[in-house]
Write a protein that binds this ligand. Structure first.
Ligand SMILES: Cc1cc2nc3c(=O)[nH]c(=O)nc-3n(C[C@H](O)[C@H](O)[C@H](O)COP(=O)(O)OP(=O)(O)OC[C@H]3O[C@@H](n4cnc5c(N)ncnc54)[C@H](O)[C@@H]3O)c2cc1C
Length: 531
């Protein structure tokens, strides 16, 4: 059963190891004792629904509460501390394109704002019903999750857009195929959500981001049905797929999508390596990307992330031993951990690994072929559960991301981290901040930043601390010319920064496209862009 407060299912927990609590107390200070609001208290906040009755729509308060927010820090304060004050007035679970059509007609007739809902894993406020304007209806795509067609000749599979990661891969695996899109939210996030937010999976270096995997699809727009053609490539004018990618529910509801798939890899391995410091590690990662080494992922943690990963592992003895060994081989306190993946056939993996070994040695690095890589892989979808236990302990954790060309990445990282680290000095609060490079291209890489601070007794203060930190980091990213988001999308949180990145003509083009598909503006109002 999915949690109402926090991430993931109720049955899974990731307790904060005892030594990690001490570590956090040392770095940011002891947490405050805080009350958790019960679900019953939250339910009392759900007001009566104002939408007319419809056989496809439920107005059950718990359903409305469950669909009220996503996973942004703002959403967490709302749901854990009871600041939530807007709710969808109803929830629908369409089972067919005809249902989706009917819901759109109903929304047009009754002037209702439709919020398409995938897995609810948005971290930038994509799902928040506006506090002004018409009532909102959440359209949960969970029941449109079937494999509709498998074309083995063309290596393509068509799915209902509401299919979640595990269900999608298990349906493909039965036939010997894989999509290979593994964002950390894989357990809940859906195909439709990935496409309209331009999601990036952990093994994007091998499988690609969602954009190149997306071939075609069917969208029900308020202005009628829209089909993207199923062709491998086309020079017929602008690529309209690119308009749907990143449209964040504003153009209509994606009901099904055809995706490029691959044969299951013969083997897959995850290993680690260490570098003496982040600058050297970054140089090595750049060389790997520019040599186009056929790995499936590279993820280079900075020294603080490397140390925090050790501390949070709960493996005190092992960590002590590992540090001793690493010190002996010249990987001291500034050490940075690289996790890398090999996915493919055995001979190609071996070749890639030996070419990688050469680059690692050249950059004073050291390969560690046991435990760490596999441990990362096994825990990769469990790690987000730590945010729940940290929150309940009294710490707020959030992440942000950008991408920059290689020539700017190093200095920009330092400046962004500094802005966050010193962000709460006026309140005399410390912030733990660390980063990794996780998606690499020949011309640059993405920077993924995690920061942790103490929750305050007053939830408004917890929220204002986040606004200060997020604001400082975002302003720095814009000043340095980075993108405001490499993978999470725009939603509400990044909306103020979009005009800077798109320019005035770009903004007008986006507005015009939305108006063509949705002239009355009933789709996911207030997200991405103001019309
Ligand atoms: C723990 C965690 C880890 C994450 N890791 C990653 C990561 O590694 N990489 C990454 O890219 N992102 C990551 N994210 C962010 C998030 O998972 C992605 O943005 C994801 O693509 C959202 O998919 P969803 O199905 O949950 O969509 P939702 O959150 O439900 O919705 C997101 C947006 O898509 C729209 N939408 C959803 N389905 C449809 C549809 N069928 N038609 C039209 N519009 C639709 C919604 O209206 C909304 O605007 C993470 C989030 C969490 C909480």
């Amino acid at each position: 059963m999915k949690r109402i407060q926090g991430w993931g299912n109720k049955e899974t927990d990731y307790p904060v190891p005892e030594p990690a609590s001490h570590y956090l107390e040392n770095v940011v200070g002891p947490p405050h004792q805080l009350q958790k609001l019960s679900t019953d208290d939250l339910l009392k906040k759900v007001p009566p629904s104002t939408i007319p009755k419809h056989p496809l729509i439920t107005t059950d308060p718990e359903e409305r509460l469950r669909h009220a927010r996503g996973q942004s820090l703002n959403d967490w304060v709302d749901m854990y501390d009871g600041l939530v004050n807007t709710f969808p007035d109803g929830v629908a679970y369409p089972t067919s394109e005809a249902d989706v059509k009917e819901l759109i007609q109903f929304a047009k007739r009754e002037k209702i704002n439709l919020i398409p809902y995938g897995g609810g894993s948005s971290v930038v406020g994509h799902l928040t019903p506006p506090d002004e304007g018409p009532p909102s209806l959440s359209v949960d795509m969970a029941k449109m999750d079937q494999l509709l067609d498998l074309n083995e000749e063309s290596h393509e599979a068509t799915f209902g857009a509401g299919v979640r990661g595990p269900n999608l891969e298990s349906q493909l695996e039965k036939h010997g195929y894989i999509l290979g899109h593994f964002p950390q939210s894989w357990e809940y996030a859906t195909l439709g959500g990935w496409i309209v937010t331009r999601s990036v999976g952990q093994q994007s270096y091998h499988y690609g981001r969602i954009e190149p995997l997306f071939v075609s699809g069917h969208i029900e727009t308020p202005n009628g049905p829209w089909d993207l053609p199923r062709v491998p490539k086309s020079a017929a004018g602008p690529d309209l797929r690119q308009l749907l990618l990143g449209s964040e529910g504003r153009l209509g509801i994606l009901t099904q999508a055809t995706m490029r798939i691959r044969r299951l890899p013969e083997e897959e391995r995850f290993y680690s390596a260490f570098f003496p410091n982040f600058e050297i590690g970054t140089e090595a990662v750049r060389e790997i990307a520019q040599a186009e080494l056929p790995l499936s992922m590279v993820r280079l943690s900075d020294p603080m992330e490397t140390e925090t990963t050790f501390q949070l592992s709960g493996e005190e003895k092992l960590v002590k031993l590992a540090k001793k060994g690493l010190n002996l081989f010249g990987q001291g306190d500034e050490r940075c951990m690289l996790i890398y993946g090999l996915t493919g056939n055995h001979a190609e993996n071996q070749l890639a690994d030996s070419r990688l070994a050469h680059i690692i040695r050249k950059h004073k690095g050291m390969m560690v072929k046991f435990y760490l890589g596999e441990a990362w892989m096994k825990k990769r979808f469990l790690t987000p559960y730590l945010r729940n236990t940290l929150w309940e302990l009294g710490y707020a954790l959030d992440t942000l991301e950008t991408a920059l060309p290689w020539d700017k990445l190093g200095p920009s990282r330092k400046a962004i981290l500094k802005a966050i680290e010193h962000g709460l000095e006026a309140e005399n609060e410390r912030v733990l901040v660390f980063s990794h490079i996780s998606h690499v291209y020949t011309n640059g890489g993405s920077l993924y930043i995690t920061y942790l601070y103490r929750r305050a007794q007053d939830p408004h203060q917890t929220l204002s601390r986040w606004q200060t930190l997020k604001g400082a980091a975002s302003a720095k990213i814009v000043e340095l010319g980075g993108t405001i988001t490499h993978q999470h999308g725009v939603g509400l949180d990044h909306k103020p920064y979009l005009p800077g990145e798109k320019g005035s003509i770009g903004m007008q083009i986006i507005r015009d496209v939305i108006k063509s598909a949705d002239p009355e503006g009933i789709m996911n109002q207030s997200k991405l862009i103001d019309l």
